[in-house]
Write a protein that binds this ligand. Structure first.
Ligand code: AMP
Ligand code: MG
Length: 484
């Protein structure tokens, strides 16, 4: 059977040899399918029946390289927690190749966890089951929530153990992305003063992600502006959902504007702007409320890499880069405010003060972020305020907030906007944890149920009402781990 109705067309592996290293995936002893994503396969032109067949599973496990694939590990560098690392690269990921999907979009198909590459350093290049399930769940949930994201095509267990603190079941994750080109990819060449490679990479990215920039007077400047806009929009979306990426290092920022590299990411339960889950983010660098500032910091690192392409004169190049970067704040702020106006049902273009006051109240009152907006949407639909009031530590704080809200909101006129902005379901940390624990014990049912439920996060579905609930005290997850 032909696995791919659309053949591979591997534009990245046609770039110069020093952009990557050719590397076949490692073989694994006993691959078993966890889940495949039939809807995504359909989009990509992957035969849906073949997808879950033993031949398909052998591909998703890395045991068979499909026809037309040209497996490579991509080179990149990056700033990790603010510290410069001149070489990172795909240490536990192998890009099989690219396909052009039914809508004409080029997509990478990558195996994550399929063995060592030249970039693995001391790592084993493998992935453990838990992080694979987490990435599957969260990346698909993000997509269904309407946030640009890499996708999950398949997950398999390998039949071998990987050693972290303890032995864990090994797994391989098949990731689909617009591309895996990162801010760190540009940094890799900039640090080596390889201007020719930077030019080649910028041209590749413009053709692939931002073709309209090719017509601009300065395509490089247009590219910088486009990436700044995409990242500003992305982080505004994250904030509106209470999402904390957890590892916003420059190697984890995709030039395409997709959310990438789901490690110790989390959706917060109770709102707090300084909320952090990642066990290794000791200084709370990547807290919920720091994400816009960090995004701008990352974009500044991106702009620096483009300086040699922006203008021959160094001062002129810096002026252009600074001009573009100065647009970030306004762009982010307008998207952020629009997002929260929709969540709160505020008409018009104002509301900044009320939004900030609301967030202060939510933090003081230790209110569950998602349930707050869920119940507010119900109030807009004519229900009483009891459930919302019950979320607050003090009922009178809730009553006084509601009185203020009624003065500024237009619940009737904005009801549909509120519904579209306020998900009923998010992948709550404790549910992800339960799904992982179930799977580690051999029961994948909670994982499958969670993936199914999160496919329609804005739809009322009584069957999944338990998944809306905040964690009980003993279920609460306070720390998340990279697990690599
Ligand atoms: P991350 O923070 O997960 O995005 O990974 C940072 C860097 O560490 C990347 O270069 C990864 O390829 C590498 N890395 C992470 N886990 C492993 C592993 N198990 N084996 C080899 N390299 C890894
Ligand atoms: Mg990464």
């Amino acid at each position: 059977m032909t696995p791919l109705r659309t053949p591979f067309d591997n534009s990245y592996s046609r770039l110069p040899e020093h952009f990557y290293s050719r590397q076949a995936p490692a073989r694994v002893p006993n691959p078993r399918l966890i889940r495949v994503n039939a809807a995504l396969a359909e989009e990509l032109g992957v035969d849906v029946e073949w997808l879950a067949s033993p031949e398909g599973v052998a591909v998703w496990a890395g045991n068979v390289v499909p026809e037309g694939a040209e497996p490579i590990a991509q080179a990149y560098a990056g700033h990790q927690y603010g510290g410069w690392v001149p070489q990172l690269g795909d240490g536990r990921a192998i890009l099989l190749g690219e396909v052009v999907d039914a809508k004409g979009r080029r997509r990478d198909i990558q195996l994550k966890g399929s063995g060592q590459t030249v970039f693995s350093r001391a790592g084993d290049g493998k992935a453990a089951l838990g992080p694979v399930l987490r990435e599957y769940l969260v990346s698909e949930a993000m997509t269904a929530l309407g946030v640009p994201s890499t996708r999950a095509l398949a997950a398999v267990t390998t039949g071998e153990e990987v050693y972290r603190e303890t032995p864990l079941p090994g797994a391989v994750f098949t990731r689909v992305a617009a591309s895996h080109i990162r801010v760190g990819t540009f940094q890799y060449f900039a640090a080596r003063e390889d201007t020719e490679a930077l030019r080649t990479l910028a041209d590749h990215v413009i053709a692939r992600h931002y073709p309209e920039c090719a017509q601009a007077e300065s395509p490089t400047l247009a590219l910088l502006e486009a990436v700044i806009a995409a990242q500003a929009d992305l982080v505004a979306r994250w904030l509106a959902l209470g999402f904390i990426h957890g590892v916003m290092n420059t190697d984890n920022v995709a030039i395409s504007g997709e959310t990438i590299d789901y490690g110790p990411c989390a959706f917060m339960d109770n709102f707090h702007p300084q909320c952090v889950f990642s066990a290794i983010d000791r200084n709370a660098r990547y807290a919920w409320g720091n994400q816009p500032t960090i995004c701008q910091w990352n974009l500044t690192r991106f702009a620096e890499t483009l300086l040699p392409l922006l203008a021959e004169d160094a001062d002129a190049a810096i002026a252009l880069a600074e001009g573009a970067l100065s647009g970030f704040g306004g762009r982010f702020q307008s998207r952020y405010l629009a997002g929260f106006r929709a969540k709160l049902g505020l008409p018009g273009k104002d509301g900044a003060e009320f939004i900030e006051a609301t967030l202060r109240t939510l933090a003081e009152q230790e209110v569950d972020f998602t349930l707050f907006f869920r119940h507010l949407t119900r109030i807009a639909a004519g229900e009483n305020a009891e459930a919302l009031v019950a979320l607050f530590a003090k009922a009178d704080a809730a009553e006084s907030w509601l009185a203020d809200w009624r003065k500024v909101a237009d619940p009737v006129g904005q009801r549909d906007a509120m519904r579209a902005a306020n998900p009923i379901l998010i992948p709550r940390n404790h549910r992800i944890e339960q799904a992982i624990q179930g799977a580690l014990g051999g029961d994948f049912a909670p994982f499958h149920r969670l993936v199914d439920a999160l496919a329609t996060p804005y739809t009322e579905n009584p069957e999944y009402s338990d998944l809306e609930l905040a964690p009980l005290p003993h279920e609460r997850v306070r720390r998340t781990f990279c697990g690599t």
